[in-house]
Design a protein around this ligand. Structure first.
Ligand SMILES: [Zn+2]
Length: 215
């Protein structure tokens, strides 16, 4: 947790330690904080250790009667846009998560010509990691075959459909001729977000089924 000293008192900052520029966690460092002379408003300047960009936080200093002094965030600049995919994906599929994070960053930087290809790489990694968990004996084949062949192995029909449509769009974004001109990167992301939720739901469902089987 980040804290800041204002007028000799220590306050915990009501700011998530995730950089809104590069979405890296535990990266923010407090450079300076200034309290308003006429109110309890406080402005803090934070530096991201990873991307070296500045973040500005507008906070209210709260004087609690008991316990530690605290703050309440009023506004953060830039406004953090969270990744659309669930944070648990970072635990289960860290390589995918990092690729998705980089694709998302490319999108925020308006690198429109490479964003789709970046999301496609993330998708391919997710599908192949997911299948390798399910069919460890087939890992060498899964890692080298075409993405379409990997998707054909998926047993759960909804996960398969989501992966298939997302891959169609990803392929269109990677090649010069579009087979599905009515679908775009925003559609691809919608399918990928749903895919992440279903894959996580399947994981939790499998755990529940194991508990039931043990009874
Ligand atoms: Zn950063």
């Amino acid at each position: 947790m980040m804290n800041v000293t204002v007028d000799g008192k220590e306050f915990f900052l009501d700011v998530r330690d995730v950089c809104p520029h590069c979405h890296q966690s535990t990266s923010l460092q407090v450079l300076q904080a200034v309290k308003s002379p006429v109110s309890n408003e406080c402005a803090a300047v934070l530096l991201c250790r990873r991307c070296k960009r500045l973040v500005f936080a507008d906070l209210l200093l709260l004087n609690k009667l008991l316990g530690t002094d605290d703050t309440k965030l009023i506004a953060l600049y830039p406004n953090p846009k969270d990744l659309e995919i669930p944070a648990e994906m970072d635990l289960h599929y860290p390589t995918f998560y990092e690729l998705y994070r980089q694709a998302h960053r490319a999108e925020e930087e308006n690198l429109t010509e490479i964003v789709g290809a970046a999301y496609r790489k993330a998708l391919e990694t997710l599908v192949k990691t997911y299948l390798t968990e399910q069919f460890p004996a087939d890992a060498p084949a899964i890692s080298t075959e075409l993405l379409g062949n990997s998707i054909a192995r998926i047993e759960y029909p909804r996960i398969k459909a989501l992966a298939k449509v997302a891959a169609w769009i990803g392929n269109d974004e990677t090649h010069t001729f579009k087979k599905n001109p009515d679908l775009n990167v925003a559609d691809m992301k919608n399918f990928m977000v749903a895919l992440c939720h279903l894959i996580l739901a399947e994981k939790v469902g499998d755990e529940a089924a194991e508990l039931v089987a043990r009874k």
